[in-house]
Design a protein around this ligand. Structure first.
Ligand SMILES: [Zn+2]
Length: 100
């Protein structure tokens, strides 16, 4: 194997662990729910899902699950999830304890 390719693979492995380097601007997925398969998309901070719950509440279990999977790779402007707020609170609590 070419030595420069080995370096690229090592860099890719490091990047793969540093997920804050990645920010999804758009995505489109099919999500197999318990009752049906739904289409979920993100474009310029706007989520869409074709499930009934989304029609009323502009979020749903499908979007929340994708946010949980992708974590900080979803831009803050697109965060709809309580998971993100909980993570920030956990970080603040940790930082407070560290100072004290
Ligand atoms: Zn949905």
């Amino acid at each position: 194997m070419h030595s420069s390719l080995i370096g690229k693979i090592e860099k890719a492995n490091r990047y793969a662990r540093e997920t804050d380097r990645i920010s999804f601007e758009a995505l489109s997925v099919n999500f197999r729910g318990d009752n049906d398969t739904h289409h979920v998309s993100l474009d310029s901070g706007d989520w869409q899902c074709n499930c009934h719950y989304f029609e009323s509440f502009q979020t749903c279990a499908h979007i929340l699950a994708i946010e949980k999977i992708l974590g900080d790779m979803i831009p803050a402007s697109a965060q709809r999830s309580l998971f993100a707020a909980a993570t920030s609170a956990d970080v603040s609590a940790t930082e407070t304890r560290g100072v004290a």
